[in-house]
Design a protein around this ligand. Structure first.
Ligand code: XIL
Length: 453
């Protein structure tokens, strides 16, 4: 069978892959002026979904190769693409992506093994026993072919229902095999490629809600019973109906606290300009604030090929120009931004005397005894390399934690300086957050002038 031949030849190239990855890592330490290298400086990967059909477009490939350190095949590893008829595997398109990624020293995320969508028509009519056999054979076929070459696999995708119930979604797997299909898929996957991290992946699980609670309970149960799971993927498709949740970081952290890595797997945010940039900043900051958030993947290179192209949700426009969101992500990752030269915040020759910033406050969460506040710092017309903001709290209130900033105190005045997020491109934003106890006062803090250098 050709599959076996290909499997052996893929495995033989694994040593070369490791060498290429080392080269990429060494390179990234020198110049943090791309998404991948800036993320590497934070110990993270920065990836994108890729379509094999666009790899021949030179601007597409150039942008991909320059900026990203990980790829996820957008459709090419799905069941309908890889096993269109039972037992007959086709890997041509997926192999193109994996080969390309390896030639560039990029990681590959495998997406996805068991999903109700993009399922070939032969699967749904199978009876329970046959479906179980087919599911395991599919996992073994895919994971065997790419054994040792995939950083993380989305083993099961979107198995929970939307809405308030926290129930499992109806699918051939759920309806015929019951809740246990997820556990079985993970156990089969671990045996098929012990080196791959095994993820559960879903959408509308980005904040705390009934759906994410249900996934949380499943992961907790898996960890307590030794079912092999290493990571949870948060798709993070955002738009005005589904904005970046204010408790995003908290939600990532609570999953991480279960003992799994968390990954942002399909990020896109509809919009444009500074509002879109600010939302991207929030997402990157949330991931960086969670030590087990190991990386981020945007769901495409350019707006023109996005699955939601009308919403222009990505970092590069249709002509591969960097959008404001690109600069925001790069600066949130601590990158030095753009093409360098005069005005580049990383340039030691910059006088920085035009540096300025503004600070704005919002309450992002509220409960009877406390609240979360967020202060967004936005650079003025010049790039800045550091900022200082003061926040005066009502006398009764006290701050129990603060993230993405370093506070010093004088009475009830808190002076906050950057932790890792001092460098901002012109017009770019970062933010710090804090949790305060009200102690009887619900009044808002006041934010003083922002100073920048
Ligand atoms: C999308 C692709 O981007 C489209 O090209 C395809 O037509 C449909 O699937 N959740 C997932 C992804 O897990 O696989 C989906 O990708 C987007 C939603």
């Amino acid at each position: 069978m050709s599959m076996i031949v290909r499997r052996l030849s893929r495995a033989a190239t694994a040593g070369l892959v490791a060498a290429a990855a080392l080269t990429a890592a060494a390179h990234s330490a020198e110049a943090a002026d791309t998404l991948g290298s800036a993320a590497a400086g934070q110990g993270r990967y920065f990836g994108t979904a890729v379509a094999a059909s666009h790899l021949g477009e030179s601007d597409y490939a150039a942008t991909l190769d320059r900026e990203f350190s990980s790829v996820t095949p957008e459709n090419e590893m799905k069941w309908d693409a890889t096993e269109p008829s039972r037992g007959s595997f086709t890997f041509t398109s997926a192999d193109r992506i994996v080969d390309h990624a390896q030639s560039q020293g990029m990681d590959v995320r495998g997406h996805t093994l068991v999903w109700h969508s993009q399922l070939p028509s032969w699967v749904s009519p199978l009876g329970a026993q046959d479906l179980r056999t087919a599911m395991n054979a599919h996992i073994n076929g895919l994971m065997g072919h790419y054994k040792g070459e995939i950083h993380s696999w989305d083993v099961v995708n979107e198995a929970f229902q939307d809405g308030g119930s926290g129930a499992r979604r109806s699918s051939p797997f759920q309806d015929k095999l019951g809740d246990g299909f997820i556990e079985e898929a993970f156990r089969t996957a671990r045996a098929a490629d012990p080196a791959a991290k095994l993820c559960y992946n879903d959408y509308n699980t980005d904040g705390v809600n009934a759906k994410s609670n249900a996934v949380y309970d499943m992961v907790k149960d898996f960890k307590s019973r030794g079912v092999p799971i290493d990571c949870v993927g948060f798709q993070s498709h955002f738009n005005s109906n589904s904005p970046v949740p204010s408790d995003y970081r908290h939600n990532l952290q609570r999953f991480a606290d279960l003992g799994v890595d968390v990954q942002i797997t399909e990020l896109d945010i509809e919009g444009s300009g500074s509002a879109q940039a600010a939302d991207y900043t929030k997402v990157v900051e949330a991931c960086l604030a969670v030590s087990r958030c190991t990386g981020m993947t945007v769901w495409g290179v350019t707006d023109k090929y996005s699955w939601r192209s009308g919403g222009t949700p990505l970092l590069f426009d249709g002509d591969y120009n960097e959008k404001p969101a690109y600069g925001a992500v790069l600066s949130a990752l601590g990158g030095s931004g753009g093409s360098g030269g005069p005005g580049d915040p990383g340039d030691p020759g910059d006088p920085g005397d035009g540096a300025s910033c503004t600070a704005t406050y919002t309450r992002t969460a509220d409960w009877s005894s406390g609240y979360n506040g967020q202060v967004t710092i936005t650079a003025g017309a010049e790039p800045i390399s550091s900022w200082t903001a003061t926040v005066t709290l009502p006398a009764q209130q006290s701050v129990s934690s603060l993230w993405n900033g370093t506070p010093t105190w004088s009475g009830n005045v808190m002076t906050v300086r950057p932790s890792w997020n001092g460098t901002l491109a012109a017009g770019a934003s970062t933010s710090f957050g804090f949790t305060a106890a009200k102690n009887g006062s619900d009044a808002a803090p006041t934010v003083g002038t922002c100073t920048a250098s």
